[in-house]
Design a protein around this ligand. Sequence first.
Ligand code: PLP
Length: 389
Amino acid sequence: MKRTSSFDVLTDRRNTGSCKWEAYAHLTKDGDCIPLTVADMELPIAEPIKAALVAAAQHGICGYTQVDELYLNALTGFMKRHHGLEITEKNLICTSGIVPAFGIVLRALTQKGDGIIVQPPVYTPFFDAIRANERVILENPLLFDGKEYRMDYAGLEELCKSGAKLLMLCSPHNPVGRVWTREELQMTGDICKKYGVVILCDEIHNDMALESTHTALATLPGMKDIVITCTAMSKTFNLAGLMLSNIFIFNEDMYKKVDRQLGLDGSHCIPYFGRAASIAAFSECDGWIEELKDYLRGNFELCYNYIAENMPNLECIRAEGTYLLWVNCKKLGLSDKELLKRFEEEKVPVNPGTMFGTGGSGFVRINVAMPRESLMIALEKIKKAVNVK
Ligand SMILES: Cc1ncc(COP(=O)(O)O)c(C=O)c1O
């Protein structure tokens, strides 16, 4: 008998202010639209987290909140157990998200006009943060052989040599789904270290390594001094609306500068509900993560098989991690605009590859984190969208 999973539950998120669903309010009225965009999950949160949030509400006072021993113990225990990263309060900076941390770190450690390296196709806010803070985008596009993505070490070294100040690294990589190996990360880190380039390492998808193990860059030899590690409970536990992330900085001088910038930006507390949820997430949900990853693997397999059988013109890039599927649609021969229109017309809006910069044209990104029943319906809609003559 088919075992049902707690992740099979469908939740109607319309009228909850969801960024993903509000963006398509014009399409979702009839209940037959499935947005496959923004990277949060259509899957229910873990029971211990729900209980912690209810208890926090029932407590009745939601005053100013700070990092305390309970929070710190839960976080440090989690990072050590799952990622081998030993941290203390002296390494921790809390922000209201990793995206806000991009700007804080750029302002703290670089100057206007400085060169910042990105490796597209990559998470759009990397570009936004560099532009908004008047730094200069230096692109080192990923290499793609038609099947797999790699980093271009020669290109990286050139840019480092030319005076770049910081590399924004996405590890695991959104949108291409790579979980960089220890060797790849060590090579990247060694190049940056040689030229004094700081690495802002966005590890928000760190618990979502599905086929191999994620390596925290800061655990590799020689890396602690140049790496800023960005993590959050938001992706893993589907808590993006609680606005809390944990940034780890081991170099004392860099820590002081970022901490000072945080003060200049007026940020000094953590969210009351974010703290409560994090303590439960970090201390009571290890088993839930494993169940989630199993479910996501099943969703990816469904996509790979269904697309291979029914949509010969689409090629899935196998995701080693994240819950985002990167699909090559070039064989359809459509413009990016037409491609997007087709998906929207069938009421399965997706993220266009172009939003991730160089190398994104002809691709789409599909969020697969949803109950399998919804995913099946979405795949049928995608089939209609791409098989139109
Ligand atoms: C690579 C990456 N970094 C950061 C974020 C968002 O971070 P936050 O919600 O903490 O600002 C996302 C969300 O999709 C992401 O994929």
